[in-house]
Design a protein around this ligand. Structure first.
Ligand SMILES: *Cc1c(COP(=O)(O)O)cnc(C)c1O
Length: 462
């Protein structure tokens, strides 16, 4: 299996290389050259299998000869052993034809754990074999950073630096990043918003001297291995509702487009998915783009669903690549427009291709709070703000096909918003109950490439 860049001008890589690299050297994102398909019988055979068994079947063709079957099975088993639910991604029924897939039973209480725990295992195995060291730098709107730190803390061959927007993550998210005591963990509170963090991260990758000098590796959702790990729960859930003999649709609370793009890959692999519905908060650039074909930045407004406060939705580039028949030159043109003018316009053909798979909807702040209240009253389910946006948007798209909404985080990760809506403060699971007593360790940094690079170099040498 070979991986190519969405901008068509970077070296073709193996799975291992794409995983350890992150961003392609032409600024693009790696995608598989061809997407392997599973037959209806292959999918039917997943019925009754464990999450780990399904994970192996779904991901194996993408991994190529990077790992043996036994090695890869070991990674999968260790990755999900620490989850607080035996089925890993349990399904709850909310209403006739509406289901909630709970993706928040991992160690840091958000769906990011599904990919990050597996990546941690795969990095460790690959680096042990090669004797190399890497420096992981990630940008986060809150959940990726905590999941990455949890996955990489204490590993010998890895230093992990996480940039988060100062003052713009929830206290639980912040503490999950600042309280680990391992010396290979470095939390950096940067001035600016998430898009600024992500932009400086991309700058670091595009500074090849720095990139090669510190052995930079990326684990943001630009990393193909992250997307791949997320394809699995689309299969496990659809199969539990009757796939391949019954179609399903998914609604996905969306920011960087990694999670919903994994649903697109599942569909390309042969899973009968009818619609993929993009749910956004008031930062609705993706929803506006689906309605008007114009992707136009208008400034990020902080919300009660901070993990979706994003305007430069990285993985949308992957969706655009497939909507343009894998034409890297076309994608480079769009991304150059975005960099130069803060906007690009999608052609009629490409819009048609997107609309074949995706719908969209948006929910504002008041609507989010109201949905949290109503879900508790009507279903007994306590939703985090992101999941509430998914549920409300899904309600507008429910027809004859079962709808599955992804619950992306545990309500206790966003206790202020949940308490304001329900009157009750959701409590953290017992294993995290002392989070507020632990000591915090964080470095403040300006929104400045050179200053950030100095911090990384200095920490690595000390
Ligand atoms: C990361 C995140 C999202 C957005 O997921 P993308 O893959 O970036 O679209 C939504 N909800 C929560 C809780 C998240 O942590």
């Amino acid at each position: 299996m070979k991986y190519v860049s969405t901008r068509g001008a970077a070296p073709v890589l193996t799975f291992e290389e794409a995983m350890l690299t992150g961003l392609a050297r032409d600024g693009g994102l790696y995608v598989p050259e061809t997407i392997p398909e599973l037959s209806a019988d292959d999918i039917r055979a997943m019925s009754g299998a464990s999450y780990e068994e399904i994970a192996f079947k779904v991901m194996r063709p993408f991994v190529g000869d990077t790992f043996t079957d036994e090695e890869f099975k070991g990674c999968i088993t260790r990755a999900y052993a620490g989850f607080g639910h035996t089925t890993r991604a349990p399904l709850v029924q909310l209403a006739p034809n509406h289901f909630l897939m709970e993706l928040f039973h991992g160690p840091t209480l958000a769906f990011k754990d599904f990919a990050m725990q597996l990546i941690g295992q795969m990095f460790e195995l690959a680096l042990k074999r090669s004797g190399k060291r890497v420096t992981i730098v990630g940008a986060t709107s809150g959940d990726t950073g905590s999941a990455a730190i949890e996955a990489f803390r204490g590993l010998d061959a890895v230093d992990v630096f996480i940039l988060y927007p100062h003052g713009r993550v929830s206290e639980v998210q912040r503490r999950q990043m600042t309280t680990p005591t391992e010396s290979n963990v470095h939390a950096i509170a940067m001035d600016g918003d998430f898009d600024d963090c992500q932009a400086r991260l991309k700058d670091m990758f595009n500074d090849f001297e720095f990139r090669d000098g510190v052995g930079l590796a990326g684990v943001n959702s630009i990393n193909w291995a992250r997307v791949l790990a997320q394809v699995v729960y689309y299969f496990s859930t659809a199969v539990s509702l009757g796939a391949p003999d019954r179609k399903v649709s998914f609604t996905v609370p969306t920011g960087n487009f990694g999670d919903i793009f994994a649903g697109f890959i599942a569909k390309q692999m042969g899973l009968p998915i009818e619609r993929l519905i993009i749910a956004t908060n008031q930062n609705d650039i993706l929803h506006r783009c689906m309605e008007t074909a114009a992707y136009t930045k208008s400034g990020v407004k902080p919300s009660i669903s901070p993990s979706m406060d994003i305007e430069v939705s990285s993985n949308f580039e992957r969706a655009l690549f497939f909507a343009h028949d894998q034409d890297g030159t076309a994608i480079k043109g769009l991304m150059d427009d975005l960099a130069a003018n803060g906007s690009f316009t999608i052609s009629g053909n490409a819009m048609g291709a997107l609309q074949q798979h995706y719908d969209s909807g948006m929910l504002d702040e008041a609507g989010t709070a109201a949905m949290i209240t109503r879900a508790l009253n009507e279903t007994g389910e306590v939703l985090c703000p992101h999941s509430a946006i998914g549920v409300a948007v899904a309600e507008n798209h429910i027809g004859d096909t079962p709808m599955i909404t992804l619950a992306t985080a545990h309500p206790a990760k966003f206790p202020d918003a949940v308490e304001a809506a329900t009157g009750e403060r959701p409590s953290l699971p017992p294993r995290m109950a002392d989070l507020f007593e632990r000591e915090e360790r964080v470095t403040r940094a300006p929104n400045d490439l050179k200053a950030l690079q100095d911090i990384v170099r200095e920490r690595l040498s000390s």
